[in-house]
Design a protein around this ligand. Structure first.
Ligand SMILES: C[S@@+](CC[C@H](N)C(=O)[O-])C[C@H]1O[C@@H](n2cnc3c(N)ncnc32)[C@H](O)[C@@H]1O
Length: 215
């Protein structure tokens, strides 16, 4: 039975996040994934022994349902819950279903937090980008690892929305109390069609990795 993520072919700096995680936290560390979708990052983290807290607001991503694929075909996609169960990893993952910006969840004990291209979603534009970033930061213990890859502006309309940001702008939220570990940016690149973007499309992406200071 195929349980691949619908997002498996999209560009990611997750390997850079993983290598920083391995340097800084034990194999059973707790990692929060904000915008977990159907588990492209949750499953590999859980499979390597991490405890994962997965935040996701989209019921289809969690429970499965009909999705439109490039070419127009409609398919039934497995959601995160099914994929975890089939991989025998459901015991490793705590799901927090709902909007991350509204959730009451705040344990402040995670060893790391990761998000991939989530905060530019239009549902998040009603709140300033720093709300999203500081909520992620607040999940971390001292020494914890913050990782975010994000969309940078490509079209004119993106320049009007602060959620399409840059490593430089985002860094301003990581001054006092943070050690900056890595920032990266791509040039514009063409990504092949995938769910949600049914035609070739242009992206520009950034990455920021930082650690909460221990003193
Ligand atoms: C680009 S998608 C896919 C995630 C990732 N890029 C991947 O490859 O699996 C980002 C996900 O973030 C989720 N998301 C965006 N804003 C969110 C929020 N405020 N709370 C919870 N989930 C959110 C969306 O529902 C979507 O599933």
């Amino acid at each position: 039975m195929d349980t691949r993520s619908l997002w498996e072919h999209t560009l990611t700096f997750f390997p850079q996040f993983l290598s920083a995680l391995r340097e800084r936290a034990p194999a059973d560390a707790t990692v929060a994934v904000v915008g977990a979708s159907d588990g492209k990052f949750v499953l590999p983290l859980a499979a390597t022994g991490h405890h994962v807290i997965a935040f996701e607001r989209d019921p289809v991503a969690l429970h499965g349902g009909e999705v439109k694929l490039p070419g127009g075909a409609i398919t039934h996609s497995r959601g995160l819950i099914d994929r975890l169960r089939m991989a025998g990893l459901d015991g490793q993952v705590r799901l927090v279903e709902g909007d991350f910006l509204d959730t009451e969840y705040a344990e402040h004990r995670c060893d790391a937090v990761w998000t991939s291209c989530s905060w530019h979603y239009s549902a998040n534009h009603r709140r300033p980008l720093p709300d999203f970033v500081t909520r992620m930061q607040s999940l971390l213990r001292a020494g914890g690892l913050f990782g975010a890859e994000f969309m940078m502006p490509v079209e004119q309309r993106h320049t009007l929305v602060e959620h399409y940001t840059s490593p430089e702008k985002l860094s301003r939220h990581f001054t006092t109390g943070w050690d900056m570990l890595l920032t990266l940016r791509t040039n514009e690149f063409i990504e092949r069609p995938h769910v949600g973007q049914l035609h070739d499309h242009t992206h520009r992406m950034g990455l920021l990795l930082a650690a909460r200071s221990t003193n």
